[in-house]
Design a binder for this molecule. Sequence first.
Ligand SMILES: [Zn+2]
Ligand SMILES: [Zn+2]
Ligand SMILES: [Zn+2]
Length: 756
Amino acid sequence: MSRARIQITGIVQGVGFRPFIYQLAIGSRLCGFVANNSSGVEIEVEGDEEKIEDFIGEIKSNPPPLARITSITVDFIPLNSDSSFVIKESIVQEERTALISPDIAICSDCLRELFDPSDRRYGYPFINCTNCGPRYTIIKDIPYDRKFTSMDSFKMCPACQREYEDPSNRRFHAQPNACWECGPRVFLVDGKGNELVGVDPVKETISLLKKGAVIAIKGLGGFHLAVDATNDEAVLALRRRKLREEKPLAIMSADCRKAEEFAVIEPEERGLLESPQHPIVLVRKREGNRISPYVAPRNPCFGLLLPYTPLHHLILQGDFLALVMTSGNLSEEPICIYNKEALERLAGIADYFLLHNRDIYLRTDDSVVRLVERKPLMVRRSRGYVPQPILLPMELKQVLACGAEAKNTICLTKGNRAFLSQHIGELENLESLSFFEESIAHLTRILQIEPELIAYDLHPDYLSTKYALSCQGKRLYGVQHHHAHIASCLAENRVEDSVLGIALDGSGYGLDGKIWGGEVLVADLRRTRRVGHFRYIPLPGGAAAVREPWRMALSYLYAAYGAEYTDLKLSLLSRIPERTRQIIVKMIQQEINSPLTSSCGRLFDAVAALVGLRDYIRFEGQAAMELEATISSEEEGYYPISLEQEGELTIFSPLPMIRRIVEDINKGELPGVISAKFHNSLVQLFADFCLKLREETGMEKVAFSGGVFQNMYLLTHLTSRLEQLGFQVYTHSQIPPNDGGLALGQAVIASYGADK
Ligand SMILES: [Zn+2]
Ligand SMILES: [Zn+2]
Ligand SMILES: [Zn+2]
């Protein structure tokens, strides 16, 4: 006989952990108790020593699906001669260090009940249990208890209450537990907010969608705008009203079997689609599919997701091949969450609104993931993942990192945990700014973090920077954009050493006041030194040059050929009127509104415009995405990029490459071949430069970060080339390589740097 005290930390509260332990202990005939405490779950078990070992083994190998165990410590203590096993109420006041679970897609048990006519919750749109349902999005405060959630206003009926109190029931302490009798309900209203009475709201929604209506559907983390994805007119109407011209729209299909009709789904992609997180997964289009071509024009992929709430499942009973399910917002504004807000902000976009009366406290968009060589690459980390922490190899100060301007997220740290917020979005309007401030207030409260340090980007015009600088009485720490990118990659890979960091993105404020974006740094979590970058090139018109890739093409042509560029025979020059070009060249010559940039993203834009793919973009990264999509994968050639030494710095000049691209265009080479050679040139450049740096410094570790590393071709080819050369390569998987992951790097650097 032995007695063990077992302390478990991680996400172990509010995820069915205590009933799981209870049943495991009863099954193993062990006595003792289980209870929540300030750092997780505490267990004492008494019985046969072998059985205790098996019991611990089972906890480790088979925990409840939503639990994330970060540590288990076991101490053997004197016997207490208990006669039974019980779930104790919390021994001490539950402190707020216990972690909160993300929102989780409906589980298979609940799904079975949803469609079982004999079940008392048959067809109930809010069915859930300890293993599934809303969490993060309905929490007002902690501890995670019904009275601190938006379920507070619904009093459980006796049947629900019995389930809630029964440790052997799978709804034991399921805070959002509800049924037809006592829980939230859905209702359908027209564009003016008048309820359609006497109809079944779900059936009516299905029939309206079939007729081509645009319907705003209140979901888990916010509203979606839905239309039948096979109906061209409906998809076009949605695009027109939402002011979303070409950016791909996510689509939801009932299950993978159905989705296979229009997409090719690899086993790993299926695993992700069906995971408890249920993110949007980028999957390859199947040829000749029946989805409207306006869903994802000129894109080889669909953003696919499977239904994750009971309401989604009920709507998809309408036998749709797929529904467009795009965030309920006007372009670039935060997603709507309140009924009244949706009726106002989505007026004129949605024809009808499928509403419900359970409030959403924190807006949370769908996450977006892509698989690269069978490993997930996060494009947007939000619902299903947040607020699960990134576990770091070191203890940090309590820091608030304010993130970037684009794809903003914030990060809070405590101990060895970094909490990256959900996607907040483009911090360029008042709505986004207030969402940003709300998220900071909410997260600091539920995580009980009081930041002693505030980290921010050096860009003086970012709203996130202005917010940081306005915080009174806090220590502030500015972090260079690309250092933060590399540090975010190091942090998630738990690397504390110094590495060669390749940071490629659209733009980030540089230490010399110029716009950086094609950088090689020697960096660790404290310091950084810039060792190489693309040659500076004027960005004629600033932001306009980002929206109009032809301007970058012209800027490169002018840099490579001077005034003689007009003699070139290029279709680009005939597409852009001479008068317009002259104005741009004058701006470059006289340095009017033409900031200098070393951006790699802008180099992609220039090449995309040169080969005739795109002169104007409708959404960020569009030209680069289309350039990647055209690649002829068998082409192995590459162009020269020259290395020029400027003191300690190496400058990568793409001008020889630009001249060769012009020659290839004149030879009639296909855009796909030029695109492949362009991508290969970048692989060659960075491989050569890393070799040179290894000779000089002996460094063998390389980290990639920045939005350009969402480019699969570059990411996979550069990784395998460097690995062949014997480098250890670190890439992102838990957080996005784009600015959505930046705050993590800022937080870590600030925590270290502030010690100096
Ligand atoms: Zn469930
Ligand atoms: Zn009930
Ligand atoms: Zn960036």
